[in-house]
Design a protein around this ligand. Structure first.
Ligand code: GLN
Length: 237
C-alpha cells in the first residue's frame, strides 16, 4: 500500500512520521504525475490559501479532483479539510482555490486566531476498537476551521459544543448564547466522512495517538466496506 502526502506546505512531515509508526511508507506528492503511483492521499494542515497557490503553480488541481472522483481515499486535516470542502466561508475565505468534493461549508478560522488555538477531548465512537470501547480523542485545534453545513451524504464523526469561550469568531452565536441561556447547546462539526473522503478540523498527526491514521488506512485497505465515492466511482458499473 502506498499513501501519498501532499508536501507543498504545512505538517506533511508529521503525517509521514505517523504513517511510518504504523509501518506504512508515505510518499511526498508535489507533482500531478506522482498521484498516479499512490492508493490514497493525505492533505495536511497548514495555510489553505498558500497551499492553494502552490497547488495552482504546480498544476495539481485537475489531478487532485480526478483522484477524488476515482474513489481513492483522501483525508484532509485542518487546512486540508478546507481544501476538500465545496465551500469556504469566514475570515479570509473567498478567492482561494478549493479542490472540493466534500459536500460541506467550512468556516475558516472559526475558533479565532493562532492565540485561540486549543486542545479538547472529543467523543469519536468510530475510533472505539470494540463495542463500548474508548472513543475519546484529544484534538489539537490550531486556527482551526469548523464545518457549519453538511449535506445528507456526509457522516458526522465528531462535533464540538459552541460556547462563548470556545467560539471566538462567530459573534452572532456569542450574542444568542448570551441572550438566551435556556437554548440547547449548539455544536459545530469537526470530523466527517463522505464516501472516500475523510476530514478533520484538528491535527491527529501532532499527537502520538495513531488511531485516526489507522482509521484512514482501513479506508484504503477496505474500499467500499462502508465507503463509496461520493462523486461516482469510475470503476463502478
Ligand atoms: N486557518 C488555516 C487556514 O485557513 C488552517 C490552520 C491549520 O491548518 N492549522 O488555512
Amino acid at each position: 500500500m502506498s499513501v501519498g502526502v501532499l508536501a507543498l506546505q504545512g505538517s506533511f512531515h508529521e503525517h509521514l512520521a505517523a504513517l511510518r509508526r504504523l509501518g506504512v511508507k508515505g510518499v511526498e506528492i508535489r507533482k500531478p504525475e506522482q498521484l498516479e503511483h499512490v492508493n490514497a492521499l493525505i492533505i495536511p494542515g497548514g495555510e489553505s490559501t498558500t497551499m492553494a497557490k502552490l497547488a495552482e503553480y504546480h498544476n495539481l488541481f485537475p489531478a487532485l479532483r480526478n483522484f477524488i472522483q476515482m474513489g481513492k481515499p483522501v483525508w484532509g486535516t485542518c487546512a486540508g479539510l478546507i481544501f476538500l470542502a465545496n465551500k469556504a466561508v469566514g475570515q479570509k475565505a473567498g478567492g482561494q482555490g478549493l479542490v472540493g468534493g466534500l459536500d460541506c461549508t467550512v468556516h475558516r478560522n472559526f475558533f479565532g486566531s493562532q492565540l485561540q488555538s486549543f486542545e479538547a477531548e472529543l467523543s469519536v465512537p468510530e475510533l472505539a476498537e470494540k463495542e463500548g470501547g474508548a472513543s475519546s480523542f484529544r484534538g489539537i485545534f490550531i486556527r482551526a476551521p469548523a464545518i457549519v453545513e453538511a449535506g445528507p451524504s456526509v457522516q458526522v464523526l465528531a462535533d464540538y459544543p459552541i460556547s462563548p469561550t470556545n467560539s471566538r469568531d462567530s459573534e452572532s452565536i456569542h450574542r444568542e448564547n448570551e441572550e438566551d441561556k435556556t437554548q440547547p447547546e449548539e455544536k459545530v462539526i469537526v470530523a466527517v466522512k463522505q464516501g472516500n473522503i475523510l476530514g478533520t478540523a484538528f491535527h491527529p498527526e501532532l499527537t502520538a495517538d495513531t488511531r485516526w491514521h489507522s482509521y484512514f488506512l482501513k479506508m484504503v485497505k477496505e474500499p467500499g466496506a462502508e465507503c463509496s465515492s461520493s462523486e461516482g466511482n469510475l470503476d463502478a458499473p
